[in-house]
Design a protein around this ligand. Structure first.
Ligand SMILES: NC(=O)c1ccc[n+]([C@@H]2O[C@H](COP(=O)([O-])OP(=O)(O)OC[C@H]3O[C@@H](n4cnc5c(N)ncnc54)[C@H](OP(=O)(O)O)[C@@H]3O)[C@@H](O)[C@H]2O)c1
Length: 287
């Protein structure tokens, strides 16, 4: 059985790692803040004292980190200090990253003799807990088979998109639609509030109409309860919007709505909302 090392036990990574443990994989985890690994110790998961220990132990290194900075602080350090320790390994990035960064990382890993698979996911914390994420993958075809037990444990479906960075591009293209839809929901909620409408009725109408979907249902509940505990934090959302904007610039795509969203999320960060859920965007409108 392959030894699976999993780095990044944040909002998404912790439930994903828990599902890998439940699936009976030979698992070791690492998180920069060690306290977040405590729940996994109760599932008898091995916890690495450092990212280097995890990388050196694993056959397959899975990352669910916030972004390139976190990858450079972990995998990047090992690549710089002891690239030979990566030889023969398979590295899988399940976080959302700029496609240009993924392409460069694939090249650096290839130089060290490691294979790279990009496997970003669709779905928030709830599907991560349920193990029903949608996984988009790109990279060498032969690696996909090896990764089936991992993708089956965290997701309900995995879709092959082509060579790196096609899965990352696919993720950004889908998230562009998601962020536009959520911005519409937040703006509409603000409008409804200002108009003195009953919010319960407003959300029921939306959810019972063709616009209804599970993400809107989740966010409508949070908006009604003023519950801003992060499923996806505004900081994470802003980082993703920045990746889309930078990529659009690189590929010559015209994305005026997303650039507006990026400005809004920057305003939210400047108002100190980085750690709150995306639906805290309503506070920016209300201000
Ligand atoms: N949340 C969602 O709904 C969602 C959905 C799909 C995809 N994603 C993507 O999945 C990835 C993770 O998202 P998340 O919501 O789980 O984020 P998160 O809760 O903020 O967790 C980020 C993780 O990265 C680690 N990290 C950050 N900086 C680091 C550094 N310099 N060195 C080492 N570790 C570092 C954090 O460690 P600490 O615990 O020590 O801070 C934590 O484990 C992101 O790429 C995001 O875009 C998120």
């Amino acid at each position: 059985m392959d030894k699976v090392g999993f780095m990044g036990l944040g909002a998404m990574g912790l439930p994903m790692a828990s599902n890998l443990a439940k699936a009976g994989l030979d698992l070791m985890v690492f998180n920069r803040s060690p306290a977040k690994a405590e729940p996994l110790k109760k599932q008898c998961v091995q916890v690495a004292a450092s990212c280097h220990e995890l990388i050196d132990w694993a056959d397959i290194v899975v990352m669910m980190l916030s972004g390139p900075e976190a990858i450079e602080a972990t995998l990047g350090e090992r690549l710089a200090s002891a690239p030979q320790m990566l030889a023969g390994k398979l590295v899988v990035n399940m976080g959302t990253n700029p496609p240009s960064y993924s392409e460069t990382l694939a090249g650096r890993l290839a130089q060290a003799g490691a294979a790279f698979v990009e496997a970003p996911v669709l779905g928030t914390q709830e599907p991560a807990v349920q193990g029903t994420l949608l996984v988009m993958t790109s990279g060498p075809r032969q690696a996909q088979k090896k990764l089936e037990p991992i993708f089956d444990a965290v997701g309900s479906q995995s879709v092959y998109c082509g060579q790196v960075p096609k899965a990352g591009m696919m993720k950004l293209a889908v998230n562009l639609v998601l962020s536009a839809a959520l911005e519409g929901l937040f703006e509409g909620t603000h409008f409804a509030q200002k108009a003195g409408l009953d919010l319960d009725t407003y959300f029921q109408l939306i959810l019972n109409s063709p616009l209804g979907n599970p993400v809107f249902a989740l966010k409508a509940k949070k908006l009604l309860e003023r519950d801003y505990a992060p499923q996806a934090s505004l900081g994470t959302v802003r980082e993703m919007l920045k990746h889309i904007a930078d990529t659009a610039h690189d590929i010559g795509a015209f994305i005026p709505g997303t650039l507006g969203n990026l400005n809004l999320s920057t305003m939210a960060i400047n108002q100190g909302l980085a750690g709150e859920d995306a639906c805290a965007m309503i506070k920016v409108f209300d201000k």
